[in-house]
Design a protein. Structure first.
Lengths: 186, 311, 199
């Protein structure tokens, strides 16, 4: 779709190098654009689900990408580029909403909802259900279960205890089972 | 009678979408989602008009003075780039225009683009004030209506109309489009051609015309007020739970009338017609059916004896 | 001293199993979560900040900042519009929200399953009807024969119309279903006509 001078299948390392090449500003900008195009959807999806607000998610992504390009020189290839960018984006998203973790009390669900989920459950259905979760518990669930951050990191990002992170994941799963369970219409 | 069972099973199968051999394939789905709410304070002075094409339309009544719209414009293709390009061929309008709230979709395919490669489909998910005036037009897609109590008019061709828990006034015009209703308790006027129609737990006042199709009616004793059916070249089946819940005025012209043993004494033949007039004691809702060239069945329906395998 | 053992609820295993199954289903769906497209103007906004260009504040959050667009971004944007023509996201109307989601789906295709043109028997029957009525048999003057024959004509016209839709949209499931329906209607009416003519 994009006819850019940077080859679309350029390796991660070469792309990072081109993004940092100040001697060729127009090529540098094209490389930055390629990086942006390569990661924008995945990053936006993460941030959008986290914030549940289209405008705020775009703002977070804007600030996030600017930070990515300003700090790319510090990227040491210790993780994948995608993982490195994602952490920046998540932190930007959390900065967007200072009062982010408003945790629901854990006793609002007095009984265990039916455990049965329809085999036909689609990503889209799950997406709708996740987006209807309470803010804090949605954030924990997304970071721990969807993005795969260890509870220790989730706890540190959201400034909560590791135990709270774990219990919020269970709470989220419970709510999701309740929302998506057989016989429940979204 | 056996023939009818076979038909009921067949129609259920067809309606459940069972068809021939299938292969699985992975496709890229690009969905443009348009979301909007439009104020519709009393739901009465404004008409909500949905003009859909090749769309699945889901309308549900709710207890709020707004119309909530989520329109999904979908393109599917094995190549994501193709789907991305062709999702742009969808056109839509979601707007309030004086007393009409107009929701519509269509397709604009650039001539230079040649033959469309993706599968394009629009999906409306709409919530409206439950007493609203609603008009739906659609072709080649399904229409689902639920929890509506206002005045609803549906005109469609092909695809299927599903209805659940409707009251109020309802007008249906179908050509080649099937209809399945559950707990429809309205003032219904239905004109269908080449349609397979199943109405379960049907109540209210009903006037149904059918040509070249199938019509199965399960009247609900608690809510049925009246039924008048005029059918031509249609296989009609009336399936009450108890015979004595209703009074019957059935006419089969140039065709056969099938009836349960209990009513044989009330059966007569006149020229090329068979008639059945049966009124149990007390005042009972009257079911009047005239069927020409298509068999007319009156049979008792209990869940155990009819293998109505749908869903 | 041995403490007595107690039997748990007999349904306990079923509950545990259901929970394991639900978790597996959830994990599978997580892998299939759809992707979303950010605002179409996002790159321009990022680029404006990178170039330290003047930032103009317009409207509410929707397009938070819009930089003086460099010729390059302009050219790229123009190219995008030419290539796709659909990146007008979220700009249609103040209270309309447009997002683009990406997902992958397993579809059951009916490959080239357009209904087979007229089964042999139907074609034979139609030929029979034409032959039969060409001979001016009295039965062909019956109103119901007229009616059924005009239905057949109508169905053929309908099939031609549907053929045009299929030429445009391809063999999409809704159209294939419509085609199947017409075929079976046509076969049914043909059968009925033949029975009538033979009676």
């Amino acid at each position: 779709m994009f006819r850019l001078a940077t080859p679309p299948d350029i390796s991660e390392r070469a792309l990072v190098e081109q993004c940092l090449d100040r001697d060729a500003p127009s090529l540098q900008r094209l490389a930055q654009r390629t990086l942006f195009e390569r990661y924008k959807r995945a990053m936006f999806s993460t941030v959008f689900r986290l914030l549940n607000d289209y405008d705020a998610a775009n703002d977070a992504l804007q600030d996030g990408f600017v930070e990515v390009f300003r700090n790319l020189g510090g990227f040491r290839h210790e993780s994948t580029l995608g993982a490195w960018i994602k952490t920046i984006m998540v932190r930007q998203a959390l900065r967007q909403r200072r009062l982010f973790p408003v945790f629901q009390p854990l006793d609002t669900l007095t009984h265990d909802p039916p455990a049965d989920l329809p085999d036909t459950l689609t990503g889209e259905q799950l997406d709708v259900a996740i987006r209807s979760l309470p803010d804090g518990c949605r954030a924990v669930f997304l970071l721990a279960e969807v993005e795969g951050y260890p509870h220790r990191e989730v706890a540190q990002m959201l400034n909560i205890s590791e135990g709270t992170s774990k219990s919020q994941v269970n709470y989220a799963r419970k709510l999701l089972r309740q929302k998506l369970g057989k016989g429940n219409d979204l | 009678m056996k023939n009818l069972f076979v038909h009921i099973v067949l129609i259920a199968g067809i309606m459940a979408g069972v068809r021939g051999r299938v292969n699985a394939q992975t496709v890229q789905v690009v969905t443009k989602v348009v979301e909007r709410t439009i104020a519709c304070p009393d739901g009465l002075t404004q008409r909500i008009s949905i003009n859909a094409r090749k769309a699945d339309v889901q309308v549900r009544g709710w207890n709020r003075g707004v119309v909530g719209i989520r329109l999904r414009l979908v393109a599917k293709h094995t190549d994501r780039a193709v789907a991305e390009r062709e999702v742009g061929y969808h056109q839509y309008t979601l707007q309030a225009n004086g007393t009409v709230i107009e929701l519509s979709n269509g397709f604009v395919i650039p001539q230079r683009a040649g033959k469309l490669q993706s599968q394009l489909k629009a999906v409306y998910e709409i919530s409206i004030p439950n007493r609203a005036l609603l008009t739906v037009n659609n072709s080649f897609g399904d229409v689902n209506l639920r929890d509506l109590a206002g005045e609803t008019t549906v005109t469609f061709e092909y695809g299927k109309l599903n209805m659940n828990e409707l009251t109020g006034k309802l007008t249906i015009k179908s050509e080649y489009g099937d209809v399945e209703g559950q707990s429809v308790n309205t003032t219904l006027v239905c004109r269908a051609e080449k349609a397979d129609i199943i109405l379960r737990d049907l109540g209210g006042t009903n006037r149904i015309q059918s040509r070249y199709g199938k019509l199965y009616i399960f009247p609900d004793a608690g809510t049925m007020d009246a039924l008048v059916v005029t059918a031509e070249r249609t296989e009609v089946a009336l399936l009450p739970k108890n015979l004595d819940d209703f009074s019957y005025d059935l006419t089969a012209i140039k065709t056969q009338l099938y009836q349960p043993h209990a009513t044989t004494d009330f059966w007569t033949r006149k020229n090329d017609s068979e008639l059945l007039n049966y009124s149990p004691p007390g005042k009972k809702p009257r079911l009047q059916i005239t069927s020409k060239y298509g068999p007319l069945h009156l049979m008792l329906f209990t869940k155990t004896d009819v293998p109505l395998g749908s869903k | 001293m041995n403490l007595p053992e107690h039997e748990p609820d007999p349904n306990l295993w079923d509950r545990i199993e259901a929970r394991i199954q639900a978790d597996a289903t959830l994990n599978r769906a997580i892998e299939q979560l759809p992707e979303y497209e950010p605002d179409a103007s996002l790159w321009e906004r990022v680029e404006a900040e990178l170039s330290d260009a003047k930032v103009v504040q317009i409207g509410r959050g929707a397009t938070r900042s819009l930089g003086t667009v460099s010729w390059l971004a302009g050219a790229v944007a123009a190219m995008l519009v030419l290539a796709g023509g659909w990146l007008y996201l979220n700009q249609n109307s103040a209270d309309e929200r447009v997002t683009v989601a990406y997902s992958v789906e397993q579809v059951k295709t009916q490959a080239t399953d357009l209904p087979q043109p007229q089964a042999e028997s139907v074609r034979r029957d139609e030929a029979f009807i034409v032959r039969h009525c060409a001979e001016q048999k009295p039965v062909c003057q019956k109103p119901e024969v007229h009616e059924l024959r005009s239905q057949l004509v109508e169905l053929k016209q309908e099939q031609a119309r549907l053929g045009k839709e299929i030429a445009l949209f391809g063999a999409d499931p809704a159209l294939v279903r419509a085609q199947t329906k017409l075929e079976s209607q046509r076969a049914e009416i043909t059968r009925e006509l033949v029975t009538l003519l033979q009676s």
